[in-house]
Write a protein that binds this ligand. Structure first.
Ligand SMILES: Nc1ncnc2c1ncn2[C@@H]1O[C@H](COP(=O)(O)OP(=O)(O)OP(=O)(O)O)[C@@H](O)[C@H]1O
Ligand SMILES: [Mg+2]
Length: 359
C-alpha cells in the first residue's frame, strides 16, 4: 500500500471498481449495482460494502479478491475492509430475478436502447420521446417506443390509439404499430378511466415485464419514456436493461436543471453514458411579430451540457402545435421539417443522436 493519501475519495474508489468485471461478463460490478457503500476516513481507512446475489459461491469470492486487489493499490489506502453481503437465491424461480447476471440484459432484437429522462416532471419527456421516435423512424431506422410511466401513461393519447397489444406464441407482448413506430404503453393495457393503482413492488414487476417480455421483432432504436423522478422504478430500469445511454430533457430553468442533475447522477451511478441533453421549451417565436422570447431563461441546457462534457442534442421551441398535435394523437415530428420548425428541430436531434451512437 502506498504512503501518500492525496485525493482518496469514494468517487476515486468507485472509478477504480469499474475495472472489476462481474465474473463471466464484460460489464463491471459498479454498473451491475453491486456497490452499496464506500467510506474513506482521513487516515486512509477504506470500507467497501457490496451486495452479491448469486447461487454460485465462487462469484463473491472472485469479486472479493478482485476488489481487494484493485483498491489496495490506490495511493493513500492504509487499511481496507471489503464486506460482501452474499445472498443465495431462495428458490429456482427467484434465481431468475436475483442473479445480477440476469438483471441487466440487452432487450432481445434491439440494437440501441435509449432512456429519455429528466428528474423533474412535466418538462416534456413524453413529448420528446414520442417525437424523437418519430424522427428516428423518418430517418429510416426501425424504431420502438416503450412508455414506462405506468402511473401516468401518455403515449396512447399522443399516438391516438386504443389498440390493445397482442400476444405472441411465446406469450410475449406484441407492440402496436402506429405512425411507423412500434409502441407499447400501460395506457394500452388498461381502460382510460381506470387508475393504475399498483403499489411499488408490483409497479417494479410490471416495468421488468415490459422490459423483458416484449417481441419487438428487430429494432435499431428503442426509446424508453421514463417516469418523472429518480426513485425505485427508475433504478429498476437502469439496473434491468443494458442501456446504450440516456438522453436528459430539461427546460432552461434552474429548477429543472437541478432535477436534471439528479437524473444524470442516477445514470452515472450505474455507468450508463449520458448521450446528450435536449433543451425543451427553449424559446418561443411569437407568430404575430416573429420576435423570440426566452420564457424559461436562456442557455441553461447548453451550460449543463458543457459542464457534463456531453452534446446539446437540440433545442426544441415552445410551440402550440407541439401541444395540440400531442393531444390529437399526431406527433408534430410527423410534419414536413421544411414547414415545421419543431419537426426540423426533432429531425436534428434524431440525426445527432444516431451519429453519437455511431450509426
Ligand atoms: N415544446 C413544447 N411546446 C409546447 N408544449 C409542450 C412542449 N413540450 C411539452 N409540451 C406540453 O407540456 C405538457 C407536459 O409535457 P409532457 O407530458 O411531455 O412532459 P413529461 O415530462 O413527460 O411529464 P411527466 O413528468 O408528467 O411524465 C404537455 O401538455 C405537452 O403537450
Ligand atoms: Mg411523461
Amino acid at each position: 500500500m502506498s504512503e501518500t493519501h492525496i485525493n482518496l475519495t469514494p468517487e476515486l474508489i468507485r472509478a477504480a471498481l469499474t475495472t472489476v468485471k462481474y465474473p463471466g461478463f464484460s460489464r463491471d460490478i459498479v454498473s451491475f449495482g453491486l456497490v452499496k457503500n464506500i467510506e474513506v476516513n482521513d487516515g486512509g481507512a477504506v470500507v467497501v460494502d457490496l451486495i452479491v446475489e448469486s447461487k454460485n459461491a465462487d462469484v463473491p469470492r472472485y469479486i472479493y479478491e478482485n476488489v481487494m486487489g484493485v483498491v489496495k493499490e490506490l495511493p493513500g489506502v492504509k487499511k481496507l475492509d471489503v464486506n460482501i453481503e452474499h445472498h443465495a437465491p431462495k428458490s429456482k424461480k427467484a434465481s431468475a430475478n436475483d442473479d445480477p447476471a440476469d438483471w441487466k440484459s440487452s432487450v432481445p432484437g434491439v440494437k440501441h436502447v435509449i432512456a429519455v429522462a429528466s428528474g423533474k416532471g412535466g418538462v416534456g419527456k413524453s413529448t420528446v420521446s414520442a417525437n424523437l421516435a418519430v424522427a428516428l423512424s423518418k430517418l429510416g431506422y426501425r424504431t420502438g417506443l416503450l412508455d414506462l410511466d405506468i402511473y401516468g401513461p401518455s403515449m396512447a393519447l399522443m399516438f391516438g390509439t386504443k389498440e390493445r397489444p397482442g400476444c405472441s406464441e411465446k406469450e410475449q407482448f406484441l407492440p402496436v404499430e402506429v405512425h411507423g413506430i412500434k409502441l407499447l404503453s400501460m395506457g394500452l393495457m388498461v381502460d382510460e378511466a381506470a387508475p393504475v393503482a399498483v403499489r411499488g413492488p408490483l409497479a417494479t414487476r410490471y416495468v421488468q415485464q415490459f422490459l423483458r417480455d416484449v417481441d419487438w421483432g428487430g429494432l435499431d432504436f428503442l426509446v424508453l419514456d421514463m417516469p418523472p423522478g429518480t426513485g425505485d422504478i427508475q433504478l429498476t430500469i437502469v439496473q434491468t436493461v443494458d442501456l446504450a445511454g440516456a438522453v436528459i430533457v430539461t427546460t432552461p430553468q434552474e429548477v429543472a436543471l437541478i432535477d436534471a442533475r439528479k437524473a444524470v447522477g442516477l445514470f452515472q451511478r450505474v455507468n450508463t453514458p449520458i448521450l446528450g441533453i435536449i433543451e425543451n421549451m427553449s424559446y418561443f417565436v411569437c407568430p404575430s411579430d416573429g420576435l423570440v422570447y426566452n420564457i424559461f431563461g436562456e442557455g441553461g441546457g447548453e451550460r449543463e451540457a458543457q459542464k457534463l462534457g456531453v452534446p446539446l442534442l437540440g433545442r426544441i421551441p415552445l410551440d402550440i402545435r407541439t401541444r395540440t398535435c400531442g393531444d390529437e394523437g399526431h406527433p408534430v415530428a410527423l410534419e414536413d421539417p421544411g414547414q415545421s420548425m419543431v419537426a426540423a428541430a426533432f429531425e436534428g436531434v434524431a440525426s445527432m443522436l444516431s451519429s453519437v451512437l455511431g450509426e
